[in-house]
Ligand binder design. Structure first.
Ligand SMILES: *[C@@H]1O[C@H](CO)[C@@H](O)[C@H](O)[C@H]1NC(C)=O
Ligand SMILES: [Zn+2]
Length: 279
């Protein structure tokens, strides 16, 4: 309920919700060993019980209702994309430091980088552009549907352009490996214990190999792409989405842990309109 969220105790925090965070720019503990601090809780004036109606909350959220290419969508009956091919060469296969927390709905990670300097972050290239990974967070269950089917969770890897504007999200659907295939996700495993949605603490200086997530979905050799938006208010448009065909597979135990740390966090699917899927 909206009211219960408003009553959540602590008044301020540096962490902004999905997908970008205010505190990603620099960090006082940069370069220091791992610490755990309480960052408090930011008040949100929206929630997932009313995700079909966010535009009524504030004029700034108007696009949530009037936008022409809102996310998430159901990708139905689509061939795989052959356009805007993403190149993950700039995602080094090594752990990078960041802050691990929960964005009040599910686990989240914000990469460290020196103030005003994003170009050292893992980068993704497409169409001659370069965008930089500032963080990732989870939604449960998944926001995107493929042929009407929803996965148990979805990881959003959020990238900004050189002007520091949100430009690209890679939306990785997460599911449980089929019975008999004892798959464990190394990407999830390296995180250690996940932080619960009610826990306002943040682990600073956790090292995470983000490349692992890309590798676990086949390096996005198969994907869909479209023009979409942020999936939380203010629902800003003009972002490119990449949705790998492969789901990231986790063990039953890992999925139980992801779900236990998360709360319901998918926006209602949006009508496909000017999304230019795969175009
Ligand atoms: C989460 O926090 C709220 C507000 O403090 C509390 O009412 C609720 O019981 C907590 N839920 C869990 C699962 O800890
Ligand atoms: Zn998201």
């Amino acid at each position: 309920m909206l009211t219960s969220i408003l009553f959540l105790s602590a008044i301020f925090s540096t962490a902004r919700s999905c997908p970008k965070h205010d505190n990603y720019q620099s960090h006082p503990h940069l370069g220091r060993r791992q610490v755990r601090i309480d960052v408090g809780r930011e008040l949100k004036d929206w929630d997932y019980d009313h995700s079909a109606d966010w535009a009524t909350i504030r004029p700034e959220y108007a696009l949530c209702q009037s936008g022409t290419h809102q996310s998430p969508i159901n990708i139905a009956g689509q061939e795989l994309a052959v356009t805007h091919t993403p190149d993950f060469e700039g995602y080094k296969n090594e752990p990078v430091p960041g802050n691990f927390a929960n964005w009040q709905f599910a686990p989240s990670f914000t990469l460290h980088h020196p103030e005003g300097e994003i170009t050292g972050l893992p980068n993704l290239k497409f169409d001659g552009q370069e965008v930089f990974l500032i963080g990732w967070h989870i939604h449960a269950p998944s926001e995107h549907l493929v042929d009407g089917r929803r996965s148990r969770a979805e990881i959003h890897m959020v990238h900004v352009n050189e002007e520091d504007e949100e430009a690209v999200v890679v939306g990785i659907r997460v599911n449980v490996a089929p019975p008999g295939t004892p798959t464990e996700s190394a990407f999830i495993k390296q995180l250690g214990p996940l932080i619960h949605f009610n826990d306002t603490s943040q682990i600073e200086g956790l090292h995470v190999n983000v490349r692992q997530a890309i590798d676990e979905v086949g390096g996005l050799a198969e994907y869909w792409t479209y023009k979409g938006s942020l999936t939380t208010p203010p629902c800003t448009e003009g972002l490119r989405w990449f949705i790998p065909r492969q789901e990231l597979l986790v063990s039953e135990g890992q999925m139980v842990e992801i779900l236990a740390a998360s709360r319901f966090s998918h926006r209602v699917p949006q009508e496909v309109w000017l999304h230019d899927i795969n175009l």
